[in-house]
Design a protein around this ligand. Structure first.
Ligand code: ZN
Length: 468
């Protein structure tokens, strides 16, 4: 071809010329009808309803759900037909707070010893694990840029739809400051070089790094307001970032039609974030009815890792053996004791979050346990909504330009939605464990590559697992 042989200097000119000279070939793919997959004989959980629609058929055409109907649906002769055998068809699960790149075991270890290959390979294996556990969408809450999504969406590797936040944005000494304790202010670190975390100490910094994140493929921004419960230095009570800095993050996100998710624990932090226009409160352990009121007014969501309320947290070696961490974890547990009751009293839109940092096998266990805790605290219906439609609404806040998946809705089974589907044995509204739960965290046995009760996993109309 002309453009391949042209010298570098004339490469683009020659290619452009070639493109202009020849009429565009008529694509055979355009004329070919989209493949049809018809699933018959299923009971449907649509992502919202508290009952199953029984005796349904679901037609997938290409990557979208074409039709959901009671009884038969007409299809072409070449359609693939799957008999669901009376099982439950539901939306693929949505994780709204993961860190696919962060393999642990600690922040200093990742800062000092990890190369980009370590992060990339871990991210690849995490993506595969998430999909095979039934998650067809994952929002990353810091550390991943666009590369992983490109690899997944091009089919090079297997994984869920992916919404990265690029670098965590936080203040010096805050929860996104992964520098060695003795590193001077502003010194480049492993995390800053790879655009996994950025130290932002002014409105100008927030604007610069926020915009750079979108340039690196972020679909939304992540701002670190509070400190950490487990981390060694930053107090969880920290109120990092001025109102102006948080507003600056929101303003940058708005330039891109997107939103900000904020890591916020204390009530003061949550209220500041919501008043600044933050749409997604992460953790939000101090949640109460006054916060619920403001969240509703602002159209905001909350995602909470319920493992934080597990008494076993205090037995984790990295907490138990580090007196400063143990003291922090104890004071946090006491401060956050009202969360579950308040959420039941004044429910708001709550999406699923696991927040695992660590080896793939350990995260697999933690995800299954997080599912279990959702059911234990809030019951099957609320947990199923959390795992599906609420997550779908939340990731769609990335807007008309930055959302990479704009053809259909996520987290619901309805005409026109993306064909992101799982079929499970039994009725998850009656027996929630069929979605792949685990009732133990530490000391749990390794989990299967994919739960046996999840019989079909489909993403974007493509089947990744089928044991029917
Ligand atoms: Zn997190």
């Amino acid at each position: 071809m002309l453009c391949v042989r042209a010298p570098v200097a004339t490469f683009f000119a020659a290619c452009l010329l070639a493109l202009m000279s020849y009429p565009a070939p008529v694509s055979a793919a355009e004329d070919k009808p989209k493949p049809q997959v018809l699933v018959t004989n299923v009971n449907v959980f649509d992502g919202k309803s508290d009952t199953l629609a029984e005796g349904m058929s679901v037609l997938v055409e290409g990557n979208l759900i074409k039709k959901v109907a009671n009884g038969a649906i007409e299809v072409r002769d070449d359609a693939t037909v799957i008999d669901g055998g009376g099982r439950t068809l539901m939306p693929g699960f949505i994780e709204t707070h993961a860190h696919l790149m962060l393999m642990g075991p600690s922040i200093p270890a990742m800062e000092t010893n990890s190369t980009w290959e370590d992060f990339a390979i871990h991210g690849t294996k995490m993506a595969e694990m998430y999909l095979m556990q039934g998650f067809t969408t994952v929002r990353d809450a810091g550390g991943a840029n666009a590369g992983l999504r490109r690899a997944i969406d091009s089919g090079m590797i297997v994984g869920p739809r992916f919404y990265p936040s690029a670098a965590f944005i936080g203040t010096r000494g805050g929860h996104a400051d992964f520098a060695n304790f003795t590193a001077p202010v502003g010194q480049s670190t492993n995390f800053t070089r790879l655009n996994m975390a950025k130290e932002a100490d002014s409105v100008a910094d927030v604007q610069k790094f926020g915009r750079n994140n979108f340039r690196m493929g972020a679909t939304q921004l992540k701002y670190m307001q509070s400190g950490g419960v487990v981390s060694a230095f930053d107090p969880w009570q920290l109120l990092a970032g001025s109102k102006a800095e948080i507003e600056a993050a929101v303003q940058v996100a708005k330039e891109y039609g997107s939103y900000v998710m904020a890591h916020s624990y204390r009530k003061e932090a949550i209220m500041t974030a919501l008043n600044a226009g933050v749409k997604s409160i992460e953790h939000g352990f101090a949640f109460d009815c006054e916060i619920a009121e403001l969240m509703k007014k602002k159209g905001a969501y909350i995602t909470t890792n319920l493992t934080a309320f597990d008494p076993g947290l205090l037995d984790i070696p990295s907490i138990k053996n580090v007196p400063s961490s143990l003291a922090k974890a104890k004071s946090a547990s006491a401060a956050f004791a009202g969360y579950i009751d308040n959420m039941k009293k004044c429910p708001v839109k709550r999406a699923f979050q696991t927040d695992c940092v660590g080896p793939v096998a350990a995260c697999n266990i933690q995800i299954a346990y997080e599912k279990h805790l959702n059911n234990k605290f809030f019951g099957a219906h609320a947990s199923l909504v959390t795992l599906t439609s609420t997550g779908g609404e939340l990731v769609a806040l990335s807007g008309d330009f930055m959302n990479p998946y704009r053809e259909g809705k996520l987290g619901v089974i309805e005409d026109g939605a993306y064909a992101d589907i799982v079929i499970v044995d039994g009725n998850p509204l009656k027996d929630f464990s069929v979605v792949g739960t685990g009732d133990k965290w530490f000391g749990a046995k390794p989990r299967p590559e994919s739960p046996e009760t999840i019989r079909i996993i489909m993403k974007d109309g493509k089947i990744y697992k089928n044991t029917l």
